[in-house]
Every structure is written in C-alpha cells, then in structure tokens.
Design a protein around this ligand. Structure first.
Ligand code: ASP
Ligand code: MG
Length: 437
C-alpha cells in the first residue's frame, strides 16, 4: 500500500480538495493531510491572543476563520445533506476552540488548539469522498501517532496501533488521516512540530512497510538550485536519501528534514510530486546512488562563523573537545567545522547564546566572529576517490571570497561558507557551470 501526503496548499481550497480527490481515487491507500493553508498560522495567532489574555482578539480570528470554512463547505459539497454534515463537523471544532477563550491558557491548551487544523481538513475531505461514493474512513492520528519521553516518535507503538486500526477497518477502500498531530508520552495532545505532516507520512510508511511514500506539493520535485534566486533551475529526478537530507537541511523547503530517516531505515522510496502537474515524474528519493553525478546546490542563510586560534592547540590533545563542549553547554548546534594545526572554525545558525559562547571560548584562544554568512552546499556522489568534483566546484567560485570549505564529512556533499552578499553570485555560477552547459 502507498502513503500519499498532501500539504496545506494542496488542500487549500474546495477546488484543490476536489483535485486531490481525483488523485486519491483508485487503489487502496493511506492519505495524510495537512491543515488547509493558513489555518495553522491562524491557530497560532489565536493561541497568542489567549496567552495574552485577550479573548476578544482570539474570537475575532476564530470568527473570520470559521467564515472561511463555511465558504469552503458551500463550494465543496453539492448536496444539502453533506453541506449539513460538514457544517456540523466544522461547527463542532470551532465551538470547541471557543471554549478555550474562557479559561486558563497554557502550553497544554495551545497544543490542543493547534491540532484542530488537521482535524478540520481530514473530516471535510472524508465527507467529500463519501459524498462522491468512495468507501473512505478516517484513521484518527491521536489513536496511533505517539511520541516518547524524549519527544521522539515511538515506532513500536505506532506500528502496533496503526496496524490494529487498519485491521479493524479492513473493508475500506481509502484511509484518510491527520498529519502533524499526535499524543505524547503522557497521553496529551501534541504535535510533530511545524511542517510535521511529512514526518507523519514517513512514520506511517515505515509502520505499514509501504511500497512508496508520496509527498504532494505544488512544485515539480526538488530543484537543482533555488528557483527564487537562480535562473534556469530544473527538477532533480533521483536522489539518494543522504543527498535529500543535506538538501532538506540546507534550505530546500519542499521536504521536511526529519521526514527522511524512517523512510531510509525501512528502505521505502519517497516521491515528491506536483498536484498541479500530476503526470510529471517529480523527484524519487531512495537508497540508490547515481554514480559520478552532482545533483543539486542549496544554501542556508543567517550563518555565523566563529574562529578560535590558539598556539596552545599545537600538538595538544583535548582542544577540540573543550571547544565543542562550550557549544554543547550553550545548547547551540554546530553545522560546519574546519580545522588547522593552530585553529578551528565552526558555524552556527542559532545566535541566541553567541555572546556567552565567545566569552567562554576566549579562555582557549583568540576568537573572531563573522556574521551574515551563507553556507552553500553542493550535493551529489562525492565519494573521495572520484576525481575532479571538488576541484571544479572550487574553481567555479574563483571570483567569490570563500571563508570555509568542508569536504569529506560524508560521501555526498561539499559545503562552502561565503558572505550572504555573495550568495546569489555563487549559486548562479555553480548552476551555470554544473548544470546548464
Ligand atoms: N499544519 C502544520 C503546519 O502548518 C503541519 C504541516 O503542514 O505539515 O505546520
Ligand atoms: Mg507543510
């Protein structure tokens, strides 16, 4: 069985829901939906007002949002019977959200409010499928999707509960379920973080040993460079999971980075497909490597580089440990690292604790900070005994000042740190040279 996930814009209007309905008819499958686009943001806004003890502000957003849903209902269903069913469903949820405007509001209530977007969209879609004669059932994510005490998904629990639910409903032709939402180790309503519906799809795929996981969005797969910044980008047809992970982390917005691991571990291919162009091949991500190919370039902004130089590092043991420990103590992850015999440079993207980090590092050497930098990451088959790839990447950037270069950490990437103001030039030069000639 396949798992198909549709994001917020793919279910963002009645017409888009009807388009999705066409795509999910046919073979038996599990369909994961996000909230309709804009809904989760509105729920965040409602929560914000409630934290600030402003129920009027919250009610205004709730009323606006519910009006929008009444409009969608009118457009989506053709019979009075289903318009009424959908209205009852939507009203139930909005009445529930309104109860939170009268009471104490904490993190606990916020998570319940945030969960309503996916409950709205899946309930509506399921009713629509019923109306057009499909034997579809809702699989309640809150009954099988669960995180453990470390807020990590609990694959054993998920597998057992989900398969039991499927068994109970084994005469259905279509299963519809909520992305993003789950229960935590204490049984409370929780979520897999913003953008988490991709993760839901991947976890379900792993739990049922799906033949394929499809992530449907509104562009034709992962591009070989950022189409907002660079001319003449093209979709990449095939990627290794590790290549996709690098690209997702380094800013290719189309796939949530956490989504990749469960699919990779269970060897389930992931396809990125386009609801606006369903016949297009999209991008297939699997455990296969295309030998000798550079696939794509991605960039990550707002990077800070920190250099620690110390004569004492020469021949010393434990210097790197002390440096890394400082970042760990300040709960700041490191992205890139380069070293020399007398110094080490690292990059971070979370500047919250920068001043404290620099203070602590000064105990061990001279510290220099470069801000407003961008990591440019080139992804492909970069096995070290392939020759020429690093050389051609570096030579393309001969006119751009490069602050750090990192290669050899994986078999799949070369990362370079440049000034944010040189990003466009660097990305375009790489595209022209690597893909467009
Ligand atoms: N609706 C959630 C969000 O907007 C989850 C998702 O779309 O993946 O973050
Ligand atoms: Mg999304």
């Amino acid at each position: 069985m396949k798992v198909l996930k549709f994001g917020g814009t793919s279910v963002g209007s009645a017409q888009r829901m009807k388009d999705v309905a066409k795509l999910i008819s046919g073979d038996r499958k599990i369909v994961v939906l996000s909230a309709m686009s804009g809904t989760t943001n509105s729920l965040v806004e409602i929560s914000d007002y409630l934290y600030k003890k402003n129920p009027d502000g919250a009610n205004e957003i709730i009323n606006k949002l519910s009006q929008k849903y009444y409009g969608h209902i009118d457009d989506l269903y053709s019979t009075a019977e289903y318009k009424q069913k959908a209205k009852d469903h939507v009203n139930g949820i909005f009445d529930y959200i309104r109860t939170f405007t009268k009471d104490l509001f904490t993190l606990f209530e916020e998570r319940v409010v945030l969960a309503q977007g996916e409950l709205l969209s899946t309930g509506m879609m399921n009713l629509y499928m019923e109306e057009i004669g499909v034997n579809s059932v809702l699989l309640p994510a809150l009954e099988y999707m669960r995180t453990d005490k470390n807020a990590e998904p609990d694959p054993v629990y998920i597998k057992e509960k989900l398969n039991a639910l499927l068994e109970q409903e084994n005469d259905a032709d279509l299963y519809i379920t909520q992305g993003y939402i789950c229960r935590n180790a204490y049984g409370e309503i929780d979520n897999l973080q913003r953008g988490g519906s991709d993760y839901t799809a991947s976890l379900i795929g792993a739990a049922i040993k799906a033949s394929e996981i499809q992530i449907w969005t509104d562009i034709d797969g992962m591009h070989n460079n950022d189409p907002r910044i660079v001319d003449k980008t093209a979709p990449v047809r095939q990627l290794h999971f590790e290549e996709a992970a690098e690209l997702a982390y380094f800013g290719a917005k189309i796939l949530h980075p956490t989504c990749i691991l469960p699919a990779k571990l269970n060897n389930i291919p992931v396809r990125l497909l386009n609801t606006m162009e369903p016949e297009a091949p999209g991008t297939r991500i699997s455990n296969e490597t295309e030998k000798g190919k550079i696939k794509a370039v991605a960039a990550k902004d707002n990077i800070t580089a920190i250099k620690i130089k110390s004569g004492r590092m020469l021949l010393a043991t434990g210097f790197l440990r002390k440096v890394f420990e400082i970042f760990e103590n300040h709960q700041t992850p490191i992205d890139m690292v380069t070293t020399s015999e007398v110094g080490v440079s690292v990059t971070i993207d979370n500047r919250k604790r920068l001043d404290d980090i620099v203070d602590d590092l000064k105990k061990y050497g001279t510290v220099t900070v470069d801000e407003d930098m961008t990591i440019v990451c080139v992804v492909g088959d970069m096995e070290w005994d392939n020759i020429g790839f690093e050389a051609s990447i570096v030579s393309v950037l001969k006119d751009v000042p490069v602050r750090m270069i990192s290669y050899g950490g994986s078999n799949y990437n070369v990362s370079l740190l440049v000034k944010a103001t040189d990003k466009q030039k660097a990305l375009q030069a790489l595209s022209n040279h690597l893909f467009n000639n």
